[in-house]
Ligand binder design. Sequence first.
Ligand code: FAD
Length: 291
Amino acid sequence: MEKNTLYKNIALKKYNSWKVGGTAEKLYICADKELLSEGINHKRITPPFTFIGLGSNLLIRDGGVKGTVIIMHGGLSKINLEKDIFYAEAGVSCSKLSKFIARNSFIHSAFLAGIPGTIGGALAMNAGCYGSETWDFVENVLVINDKGEQFKRTKNEYITQYRKVINKKKLDEYFLATWMKFPKGIKEDAEKDIKLLLKERKEAQPLNWPTAGSTFRNPPNHFAAKLIEECGLKGFTIGGAQISNKHANFIINLGDASASDIEKLIDYTIKKVLEITNICLETEIKIIGEY
Ligand SMILES: Cc1cc2nc3c(=O)[nH]c(=O)nc-3n(C[C@H](O)[C@H](O)[C@H](O)COP(=O)(O)OP(=O)(O)OC[C@H]3O[C@@H](n4cnc5c(N)ncnc54)[C@H](O)[C@@H]3O)c2cc1C
């Protein structure tokens, strides 16, 4: 598909890691920030907007998404290092940025290597693991609003929490790029950290199945995976959706799952865990679209 072009009625299955969901009423692959601004400004690209990175934290319902879906991965892909500050556009994959940082002899980027999303998605989710989160390293971000206006914002314009990012003024904006700072270190150490983290994740997670990673947030003082496992739900299946036998917080698509199978399994898990433990799980994944 051509970049910077608006399409109608495009299937979204290939734009999310669960490989489910309906169609986008309109879809635009963004490869140029200025063209995106211009398109929105001239009302060629119209709201409501849904920005998607690699769709690795998304459940797109079978009824599809109204409005314009804006795809960032494969489009906005600039990355560079200038005066110890890393600049990455929102469509750059976390793994690519992590390796770029290590190759330039900066450390602490390993956590990004195992996150199969884009930097835009990581900014929106404050993605993290192994004790580090995306916003720990953010200096500034470039955002765009529904009118196509772009602004450079500082980190202190946001409240950042566990998998949650809130603009203090509650502005509806989307991430186009970021400037990040990492500590200087030894290249070989940084690259070794990445290899080790990827090995650990391969052992612990069902990475050979379509999944969206952790389905539920960890409740305070608990681990969602442990609660689900203790409720005997490992391997529980609805339609083509199954609670992974390898990691109970992962729901896998066995091949022919619909978004509705996955959502039913999510609802069932919440109900069962609440009944048995009195703890109400909340989803970490974002659910979008029409039934
Ligand atoms: C195997 C596996 C392992 C995972 N491990 C981890 C982990 O360790 N830690 C972790 O935090 N997550 C993990 N995840 C979840 C996921 O990879 C992260 O949340 C990631 O940051 C999502 O990025 P994405 O580009 O795929 O975002 P998407 O799934 O495309 O979108 C996620 C949300 O962000 C919004 N969004 C996306 N791009 C933008 C943008 N440019 N501007 C504004 N909003 C935007 C979307 O609208 C949506 O609400 C894992 C997922 C998988 C499949």
